[in-house]
Design a binder for this molecule. Structure first.
Ligand code: FAD
Length: 328
């Protein structure tokens, strides 16, 4: 049986590991002791009890293969070297993702330490009379919405450096509608940066991309079969890889399924998505959604709440990790 070693048990890595578990000898090397479903981070920031629903154990992910807690330091043809051990492989897949500030992604390997720091940040937010969130991307916009929903009496401001929210989405109307909705909710929307005098200022930006185990600054360039140049049998997917798609969970998972099919001899070349969906909830019942259809139409709260806002894909991710449901 062929041996595959996967570096990183985020959305891409767990999807691939599960898809190959029957046919390959799978080893998933992950530095953390729990999967962090960081899509729910903004709601949990505003309500710390929600963090527990985002930390999923790895012990039910695989039937045959194993998950090893270790930090990979190099990924070469033939295997992966970690801090605690070495893992020989016929196929190496790097899915080591990206980083962000706490608690948008976890900076800790132990969930117990993550809970402590995330809880401290949430408590700081709970105590502040007024909050300013810096940033104009989905993390900042969602966080401003979640804070306002959880604390209707708190003064909340979003401070965008530029002149638009969600400027990275294909349709500018998405950001305009989000700004309008935030204002209706009582959030002050400020463009062009500046001081607000808020008691607490939160940086809602700062994603960082690099792949140290491949010696790459930024995302590692891959070809249409996710191959890393110059390293036979080494592939990269998800946020770690530049295959022409933006860094998003559902694309990381799509790439993982495609690579699984490729390694099983069922699929050939990958075509990067042209139009991309973007759902930005502002609390469980409101928000904006850009659909991946011609013209990138934007719809409002009804669809956003049902697609994402109410559940934030929590139940789906517990199921993908081998559980029947999240803990109640
Ligand atoms: C707050 C926030 C909200 C988001 N919301 C959405 C959303 O709603 N929808 C959406 O599509 N996208 C969203 N994204 C983007 C999404 O989080 C990423 O696209 C996604 O995490 C990529 O998955 P991945 O598996 O490639 O990497 P990651 O999820 O980053 O996982 C990488 C894993 O590799 C591990 N790792 C890293 N280096 C090593 C190493 N050397 N050795 C061992 N293990 C290692 C890490 O611990 C981590 O578990 C959001 C991002 C943020 C920050």
């Amino acid at each position: 049986m062929k041996r595959v070693v996967i570096v990183g048990g985020g959305y891409a890595g767990v999807t691939l590991a599960r898809a190959l578990d029957e046919a390959f000898d799978v080893v998933l090397v992950e530095q953390k002791d729990r999967f962090y479903h960081n899509v729910g981070a903004m709601r949990a920031y505003a309500d710390a009890s929600f963090f527990e629903r985002l930390l999923i154990p790895y012990d039910r992910l695989l039937r045959r293969g194993r998950v090893v807690q270790d930090e990979a330091v190099s990924a070469e043809s033939g295997g992966v070297r970690g801090v605690a051990g070495s893992y020989e492989a016929d196929v190496v897949v790097v899915a080591s993702g990206s980083r962000h500030r706490m608690p948008f992604k976890s900076s800790f390997t132990a969930a117990v330490e993550f809970r402590r720091e995330a809880g401290r940040l949430s408590a700081e937010l709970a105590e502040a009379e007024s909050v300013a969130v810096d940033g104009d991307g989905p993390v900042a916009v969602e966080l401003a919405g979640e804070i306002r929903w959880r604390y209707p009496r708190k003064a909340v401001t979003i401070v965008a450096r530029g002149e638009r929210l969600l400027a990275g989405a294909g349709n500018p109307w998405l950001g305009e509608r989000a700004a309008g909705m935030l204002r209706e909710m009582g959030v002050s929307v400020v463009f062009g940066g500046g001081e607000t005098g808020a008691a607490l200022r939160i940086a809602g930006y700062g994603a960082a991309f690099s792949v140290p185990c491949l010696g790459a600054e930024g995302r590692v360039k891959v070809d249409g079969q996710f191959r890393v140049a110059g390293r036979e049998g080494v592939f990269a997917i998800g946020d770690a890889a530049d295959c022409g798609e933006p860094p998003l969970t559902f694309l990381a998972r799509k790439q993982a399924f495609h690579l699984a099919g490729q390694l099983l001899g069922k699929t050939a070349g990958y075509r990067a998505a042209g139009r991309v969906a973007m759902a930005v909830p502002l609390g469980p019942e409101r928000g904006v959604l850009q659909l991946p259809l011609p013209g990138l139409p934007v719809v409002g709260s009804w669809a956003t709440a049902r697609l994402k806002g109410r559940g934030l894909f929590v139940a789906e991710n517990w199921k993908r990790m081998g559980f029947t449901a999240p803990p109640s």
